[in-house]
Design a binder for this molecule. Structure first.
Ligand code: KG4
Ligand code: ZN
Length: 335
């Protein structure tokens, strides 16, 4: 049987990324041009700057992606692109590029949901077994998603305010750490201990929802009060206490949901899945589960990339999903 090659494009936030995926699960090439250095001095992603960088980078990244794969457009079966959610101006660059390529080379076009991409990053590691549960933790999302089959997503719990990554970034900012703050808090947390015992929000509530904005405020208040009293607080213990509170609820609620739905796999997705403390806590919690496999992608597939978009698109392609050339960026696309 003929191999299937998908060229995937991801520009929803601050990475200009393209990848070629073979048969849905093999990464042939994977290029990520990060703009983080341009946004750092502003303490977060500036949408206008993101769009400009995507325009500058997109053709360069395309050439590099094809070159690394030693392929040309003739060998590509379909073009996939993140259509949402994300920054509209950033998404538009990827969508315009994908439509141009699809039109010029007469290839099918596939629109992909960014979160479906994060989930399917796991399929680059191992085949899915249904039903499965996915814990999606990124800068914009915190959700527990049940999948009974490919392409079927049922949100069974989500954050009521801030996303987990957003909380990491905001707390990092108050500690004077650079953007994105997640990896920095993670590093500090390894050296500290849970001195402050912040509340585990919604832990005992009978739902799979999360809430992280109260925790963020608790950290800020702790810092503020110490400052007023002229006390020096230990950053490592603050980071460790914050991280412990986040991880405790993520792990406990995900475990509870996995048991209730009797799933075969728990797959972790999104930028916060790169968190060392979270990975360790999940591994410990699920280590005794013989019939429940824990999948966590390698670090470079946790944060935004296009390989995951190609992996998700491959299934959509086989299922016959095709976008038309009027495909538009949708910043608030639902799963
Ligand atoms: O998935 P992603 O690359 O972009 C979104 O779709 O949002 O996730 C980015 C988020 C940021 O909030 C970043 O701080 C967080 O993932 N992040 C981490 C770690 N690495 C990245 N959070 C905690 N620990 C980490 N090691
Ligand atoms: Zn993402």
């Amino acid at each position: 049987e003929k191999d299937q090659f998908i060229l995937a494009i991801e520009t929803s936030c601050d990475e200009t990324a393209m990848s070629i995926i073979k048969n849905g699960c093999e990464v042939v090439s994977n290029v990520v041009a990060s703009q983080i250095d341009s946004h750092k001095r502003f303490g977060g992603v500036v949408p206008e700057i993101a769009s400009r960088h995507h325009i500058e980078q997109i053709t360069i990244v395309l050439e590099e992606t094809l070159q690394k794969a030693n392929m040309d457009m003739n060998a590509i079966d379909a073009i996939a692109v993140t259509e949402g959610p994300g920054l509209v101006g950033a998404l538009l660059i990827g969508v315009a590029a994908a439509k141009s390529l699809a039109f010029a080379h007469q290839k099918p076009l596939i629109g992909v949901h960014h979160i479906a991409g994060h989930i399917y990053a796991n399929r680059l590691v191992e085949e899915f077994q249904f039903p499965l549960l996915s814990l999606v933790v990124s800068g914009g999302h915190t959700e527990i998603i049940l999948m009974r089959d490919h392409g079927e997503f049922e949100v069974i719990g989500e954050t009521r305010d801030d996303a987990a990554g957003e909380a990491y970034d905001k707390v990092a900012k108050t500690l004077g750490l650079p953007y994105p703050g997640g990896p920095h808090i993670d590093r500090l947390a390894q050296e500290g201990e849970d001195q402050f015992q912040f509340t585990r929000a919604l832990l005992h509530e009978d739902s799979y929802d999360f809430s992280f904005s109260g925790l963020k405020t608790a950290v800020m208040n702790t810092l503020h009060n110490a400052k007023q009293k002229g006390q020096e607080l230990s950053d490592v213990n603050l980071a460790a206490s914050f991280q412990a509170s986040v991880i405790d609820v993520l792990v406990e609620k995900t475990y509870r949901a996995a048991k209730e739905y009797g799933v075969k796999q728990l797959i972790v997705a999104g930028g916060v899945a790169a968190n060392k403390g979270l990975r360790k806590a999940l591994e410990e919690k699920f280590s005794a589960e013989k019939d429940l496999e824990l999948l966590i992608p390698p670090f470079h597939l946790c944060t935004d990339n296009a390989a995951m978009i190609g992996a998700a698109a491959s299934i959509a392609y086989e299922q016959g999903h095709r976008a038309k050339l009027d495909l538009n960026a949708n910043p608030s696309l639902s799963l």
